[in-house]
Design a protein around this ligand. Structure first.
Ligand SMILES: Cc1cc2nc3c(=O)[nH]c(=O)nc-3n(C[C@H](O)[C@H](O)[C@H](O)COP(=O)(O)OP(=O)(O)OC[C@H]3O[C@@H](n4cnc5c(N)ncnc54)[C@H](O)[C@@H]3O)c2cc1C
Length: 522
């Protein structure tokens, strides 16, 4: 039986980052991936037509380019072909009545844009950013730390307490995004900022979402909306090369099915190919607690309360992502959008939260708020000359719809069949047309990712949740991934968990990969 210091289950970017650190440090590493290629949700394919390179799932990496992992590994990854393309206008908003706004990276320009929307809103934005200043270092520092560690606990205490009681920051943990944007007079400004919390797995009226408005504004103004030249998968390729160059072994089309324990510690990993690999030191599992405790460790039952919590691990709403091949670039009425990162299309914050409520009730939303991005605006390698690609990301979608809020689309048993998908895509593209007049007329190819296809792609997405588990307060921070396992250290001493279900959560941030690597390397 082949043996390795570390066996890594799954090859999402966090797992690859951890494997890269360990291989670089001289550990023998085996990475097992169920799919045909490494990278998990970091994947680029010619989904529609030859030469049109779509990011099948994730695209923008602003949280990764500002991470500790990128600071450490960036030079090695650049040497292996990873190059980021960025924009100075990370986001914006377009209303169907024609009003638009942008959030530039440049501080003064952002204030001027807010002021243009409503007198006084520039000062509100300035005050908002200034009020968060005392917390920035600790908050962003925590993204690369085990929240259970003594240093992190000290930082958390510092964030929560003030000289006379609790700090304004502590209130933010329970604030809604709606409340946070309410000081802005302009509904356009409110709708530019609050819907972003949906990309962090929250919703604008949800308790605890308010903090994430600050974080997204700071992150995008600080980092832009960096995307790898050639597509998101360049990150996985560069990480894969880094691992292989340091002797790491990568096996695709190989799923881990069982972890065998000896004397309470992981000693072997078995796969669906009938193989078994000996573990000399550690297992790193890029899986959710349901898979780890209920399937992979099924032969070595863990304490009952842990099994119960693993059973209760919840998934969030689904996602429909529409990939378009276009015969020409999108013709935005506001020319500033020709170099924008990822703007929302909306009819306002109330429309957004109504659509969320419909999705939470299991209904296809009538008028969702969603983002579009057009990577070819900044990266011409992604499509044949003169042509374009576009990604439309709709996050207010039930994984298994039980009805249609508009009463127009028959949902059957809730499976995203071709027919259901097509009808919903027509609804979305009709909305896009109100904002970008040459869509859908310039569409020459189309491919849709649905909750059903997400569920088929990876067990970590449950019934089709793009963010690998609900990220509401009860499943966040010190309660993630489980109250009984509030860190990356599992109940088995030499098994570590990383990925979207663990702190700092979903998104291309590399945080859990970095945290686990540091824990293993000491
Ligand atoms: C449609 C969509 C769009 C998104 N857009 C963005 C975006 O633009 N920006 C952003 O920051 N985030 C985005 N995200 C979120 C982001 O992609 C994920 O949060 C992130 O990729 C999760 O990374 P991870 O390290 O947890 O691993 P994942 O990418 O989830 O990969 C896990 C891998 O483990 C494998 N695996 C699981 N179990 C086993 C097993 N037993 N044996 C072998 N292999 C196994 C799976 O096959 C999978 O390949 C998007 C997500 C989706 C679905």
């Amino acid at each position: 039986m082949d043996s390795y210091d570390v066996v890594v289950i799954g090859s999402g970017h966090n797992a690859l980052i951890a494997a890269a650190y360990l291989a670089r440090a001289g550990k023998s590493v085996l990475v097992l991936e169920n799919n045909d290629r490494i990278g998990g949700l970091v994947r680029t394919e010619e989904l529609t037509l030859p030469g049109f390179k779509h990011d099948v799932y994730s695209s923008a990496h602003p949280l990764f380019t500002t991470s500790q992992a990128y600071a450490d590994l960036g030079a090695d990854l650049t040497a292996r072909g990873l190059r980021y393309i960025n924009t100075d206008i990370p986001t914006g908003v377009s209303f169907s009545d024609g009003r638009t706004a942008i959030l530039p990276q440049a501080f003064e320009a952002a204030l001027a844009e807010a002021e243009r929307l409503a007198t006084g809103d520039g000062a509100v934005l300035s005050q908002m950013l200034a009020s968060f200043n005392p917390y920035v270092e600790d908050v962003f520092g925590l993204f690369s730390m085990d929240l259970q560690s003594p240093t992190a606990q000290t930082m958390i205490q510092r964030l929560l307490r003030s000289e006379t009681g609790y700090s304004p920051f502590s209130k933010l943990l329970f604030e809604t995004a709606r409340n946070v944007v309410s000081p802005f007079q302009s509904p356009v400004m409110q709708a530019m900022l609050a819907p972003w919390v949906m990309h962090l797995g929250r919703t604008p009226d949800e308790i605890g979402s308010g903090l994430w408005v600050y974080l997204i504004v700071l992150a995008t103004m600080g980092a832009g909306m960096a995307t790898p030249e050639g597509g998101s998968e360049q990150l996985a390729r560069a990480l894969g090369s880094l691992i292989s160059d340091h002797g790491g072994v990568i096996r695709t089309q190989t799923a881990a099915t069982r972890i065998v324990l000896s004397n309470g510690k992981a000693s072997e990993v078995h796969t669906n190919t009938g193989e078994a690999f000996k573990v000399r030191e550690h297992v790193i599992a890029s899986v959710n607690p349901d898979q780890l405790y209920l399937r992979l460790l099924n032969d070595s039952p863990q304490p009952e309360h842990v099994l119960q919590q693993a059973k209760e691990f919840r998934y969030g709403r689904g996602c429909v992502q529409i990939h378009l091949a276009l015969s020409e670039p999108p013709r935005w009425p506001d020319a500033r959008f020709n170099r924008i990162g990822q703007p929302h299309l909306t009819d306002g914050l109330n429309q957004c939260t109504l659509a969320v409520a419909q999705a939470m009730a299991g209904l296809l939303p009538i008028n969702p708020t969603f983002t579009v991005d057009c990577p070819t605006n900044l990266d011409p390698t992604r499509a044949p000359a003169g042509k374009a690609i576009m990604r439309v990301q709709v996050l207010e979608v039930p994984c298994r719809p039980i009805g249609d809020a508009a009463g127009q689309i028959a949902v059957g048993d809730g499976t995203w069949t071709g027919d259901l998908t097509q009808r919903f895509v027509e609804r979305i593209l009709a909305i896009v047309e109100r904002h970008i007049p040459n869509i859908p007329s310039s569409v020459v190819g189309l491919h849709t990712i649905t909750p059903t296809s997400l569920a088929q792609f990876s067990p970590n997405l449950g019934p089709g949740d793009p963010y690998g588990g609900a990220h509401d307060l009860a499943q966040s921070y010190l309660l993630s991934p489980l109250p009984a396992q509030p860190s990356h250290r599992t109940l088995v001493p030499n098994i570590f968990m990383l990925g979207a279900a663990t702190w700092p959560g979903h998104g291309i941030n590399g945080g859990s990969g970095y945290i686990v690597a540091k824990q293993l390397l000491g």
